[in-house]
Ligand binder design. Structure first.
Ligand code: OGA
Ligand code: NI
Length: 271
């Protein structure tokens, strides 16, 4: 949890507010931003990956926010009218937070500065995903998001300020992540696990549904440039800790292929 993260609380509140206002729009209005089949960007529910798939109890709005020149503004809501400015302001500040996180992670392992950040590249991808979890009559039967690990490098999550539901799998148990209104949840993804040669873990997490309250969260995923090959940092490989993973390019595409075959990308990347 990062509190005192340098992003004004008022901005975090505003981001939650515009998200709520967007979700409250009539369906026709939201569908102006609908995702195309087999595309990830835009508004909608789970994409269909396989026939046996179990769907999540949530709707999402996914937007690529960096590199800035790759934004597809036709998916960015014009209603509420300050949505775009608020999101822009948030992600610019968040980029600064991510840079601090890289330095802290490098320092914590006594690595040369840039060991991780250089693998992300100067044009790393950042995607924002607004998650909307409506009340659900059978929370015992349905999850908001199934257990998964993030395929990103780093994920920063702004949770709902009232409604919990996020759980993380640790020591063989599901543990509730507490709701702290102005804290950001930092979660490392699969690509960080690879780069750190397995030292940093990409944990399984899931979201529970509840019967009476809408829950909103904003997840921002930072991912290395797709053409850049990522792999364990040399300094983290030695006789005691041999190289666990091979180098991979475009991990997102690799992960998607694995998913379709019912395989787990992190396992497939193992040596
Ligand atoms: C995700 C995710 C958690 C949440 O979007 O990958 O895990 O609390 N979200 O919405
Ligand atoms: Ni996640």
């Amino acid at each position: 949890m990062a509190t005192g993260n340098g992003i004004p609380s008022s901005l975090l509140d505003k981001l939650r507010e515009v998200a709520k206002q967007f979700f409250a729009l009539p369906a026709e209005e939201k569908h102006k931003y609908s995702r195309a089949a087999n595309k990830v960007e835009g508004y909608g529910q789970d994409g269909v990956v396989s026939e046996k798939q179990i769907f999540d109890w949530s709707s999402r709005l996914s937007l690529k926010v960096f590199p800035e020149d790759q934004r597809r503004l036709n998916f960015w809501p014009e209603n509420p009218s300050d949505f775009i400015d608020v999101l822009h302001e948030y992600v610019v500040k968040l980029k600064g937070v991510m840079d601090i996180l890289f330095k802290a992670m490098e320092k914590s392992l006594n690595l040369v500065e840039g060991s991780f950040s250089s693998q992300f590249g100067d044009n790393s991808l950042m995607k924002a995903r607004f998650n909307f979890y409506p009340p659900c009559s059978r929370p015992d039967m349905v999850l908001g998001v199934k257990a998964h690990s993030d395929r990103s490098g780093i994920t920063v999550l702004l949770q709902d300020d009232e409604v919990g539901g996020l759980q993380i799998f640790k020591d063989d148990k599901w543990i509730n992540v507490p709701v702290i209104p102005h804290a950001l949840v930092v979660n490392l993804g699969d690509q960080m696990q690879i780069m750190s040669n397995g030292i940093f873990k990409s944990p399984l997490h899931r979201v529970l549904t509840n019967t009476d309250k809408l829950r909103i969260s904003v997840a921002t995923f930072n991912t290395p440039e797709p053409d850049k090959e990522i792999g364990p940092v040399e300094q983290l490989i030695d006789e005691k800790r041999p190289r666990l993973y091979r180098n991979v390019k475009n991990f997102a595409a690799f992960d998607y292929e694995c998913l379709q075959k019912g395989k787990v990308a992190l396992e497939e990347a193992k040596i």
